[in-house]
Design a protein around this ligand. Structure first.
Ligand code: GLU
Length: 473
């Protein structure tokens, strides 16, 4: 049983920066947080980290909200809190930096990168602590740096990675506020988590290097740091980190192609975690019950598009026919479909819908599977033609044409018997014999079961297409 929302103190958050299309990795982070919140009867906070005004756009914020909602994480759900916007907390960030300064935990610094490089002889070295004890006060252009402890170590409690320990001496005095007084990500992110009462920070592994610094900030601000969990990076088939330049990463693109939200959710939940017993396709409630953040793997997770596609096919087959017809509807009309409203015939589609449902893996595939029903002429696919219209195809089609014209009952069974008999006459098994008929009528070598297709297409159009193919041969 999943406990009621808000019945525990667990507060997790998803904190995306609206700087682009919503990444599948972000969706995975959001879902893992959502699963923990649901499972624990806790709260899922959405905080949009929109302080980088130059890179943020309002449409990306809408994109995030819509994508989360499509995956079931929406503001009407009692587990959901927010969205909050980081830009509305800027005063709090400034107050926190002032507190750090007043408590002596941070100091102002006027060093440029070149100054530091000249002193250390290394353009890439960390900050050398030059201003630590200079007692500078604020002036425009002076950054505020956190005074990291000289010795000791910082251990973070990470539910996925053991409890990694970072020597404090290896941490430079990092900047918490820029020369114009504006706080940097490290601080703003902590101040918001603290203010929102976050108990568990579950986020991507790329933030692990920030974590000891952020933990020091929590402590310096007088608060108990959260429990952390850093999720494994997601990689492509070449084991490269998924990147928007190389890979298809936008959740919106997957949904637009006809991946079903439920299939996406199920697949994303398995990026770094497995429910056990070799069971993979499970309803979300069950995934939530079985999910253990401690069991998430620290090794990188392979985003296997083929596997996602096969999940999608399975989810398509689980739908009722009515739901399937509703789901593919956008692909049955312009601009996605290549036929017009006049050419489209909903009743004919209804007849083949169950056949199509059992074979498409992607909703978008529906168009190619049924276009023979609505286009005036079958698609012209040279490769299919070359493959099916070999020697003897013309004779076979001519015989089939004559028999089709005389067939008493235009139904799938007799149509199959007819093509079987014509094939036998030409020494061909049904599989070979039906190929020229299929290409003549649909333009393609693969598609829905042929005889049901012919039944729905009707005698007149079938004969016209076979005639056209014979003329071409
Ligand atoms: N805004 C940060 C990002 O999108 C989130 C960091 C975090 O989750 O703490 O990477």
């Amino acid at each position: 049983m999943i406990p009621a929302a808000g019945s525990s103190d667990v507060r997790v958050r998803f904190a995306p920066s609206p700087t682009g299309m919503f990444h599948v990795g972000g969706a995975r982070s959001a879902l893992f947080n959502w699963a923990v919140a649901k499972q624990q009867g806790g709260t899922f906070v959405l905080r949009v980290e929109d302080t980088d005004a130059a890179r943020n756009k309002p449409e990306w914020v809408d994109g995030i909200l819509n994508a989360l909602a499509a995956l079931g994480m929406h503001a009407e759900d009692p587990t959901f809190e927010g969205p909050y916007f980081q830009s509305q907390n800027v005063e709090k960030h400034r107050e926190a930096s002032a507190r750090l300064y007043e408590a002596g935990r941070a100091y102002y610094c006027d060093c440029t990168r070149d100054d530091v490089a000249a002193r250390t002889g290394n353009a890439h070295s960390g900050y050398d602590g030059f201003c630590r004890d200079r007692g500078l006060t604020y002036a425009p252009g002076r950054a505020l740096r956190f005074r990291t402890p000289d010795d000791g170590e910082t251990q973070v409690v990470d539910l996925i990675r053991g409890n990694p320990t970072f020597p404090n001496s290896a941490m430079e005095d990092f900047v918490v506020a820029r020369g114009d007084g504006s706080p940097v990500f490290l601080l703003a992110n902590v101040v918001d988590d603290l203010g929102e009462g976050i108990t568990h920070v579950i986020r991507g592994e790329e933030h692990l290097p920030n974590t000891p610094k952020q933990q020091l900030l929590w402590e310096a601000l007088g608060a108990q740091p959260p429990t952390w969990a850093h999720l494994p990076v997601i990689v492509n088939e070449k084991r490269q980190k998924l990147s928007k330049r190389r890979d298809k990463v936008a959740l919106e693109d997957y949904l637009a192609e006809g991946y079903l939200p439920d299939a996406m959710v199920n697949y994303l939940m398995l990026l770094g975690w497995a429910p056990g017993n070799d069971e993979e396709i499970l309803p979300f409630d069950e995934l939530v019950e079985r999910f253990r953040i401690e069991d998430v793997n620290s090794a990188s997770a392979f985003f296997d598009v083929k596997k996602l596609l096969s999940f999608n096919g399975e989810y398509i087959r689980k739908m009722s026919v009515e739901d399937f017809v509703a789901a593919v509807d956008p692909w049955l009309h312009a601009p996605k479909a290549p036929w017009t409203e006049e050419q489209y015939d909903a009743a004919a589609f209804g007849r083949v819908a169950p056949l199509a449902q059992s074979r498409v893996a992607l909703l978008a595939d529906i168009t190619d599977n049924v276009d023979f029903l609505f286009l005036d002429e079958p698609v012209d696919d040279e490769r299919s033609w070359a493959k099916a219209m070999k020697d003897g195809a013309a004779e076979l089609l001519a015989d089939a044409r004559a028999a089709l014209a005389d067939l008493a009952t235009w139904e799938a069974e007799p149509l199959k018997d007819l093509v079987t008999a014509v094939g036998e006459k030409h020494g061909l098994k049904l599989g070979k014999a039906q190929a020229p008929v299929r290409v003549a009528v649909t333009g393609r070598t693969i598609g829905l079961p042929l005889f049901e297709s012919l039944e729905v297409l009707g005698r007149e159009r079938t004969l016209a297409r076979v005639d056209a193919a014979l003329a071409k041969l």
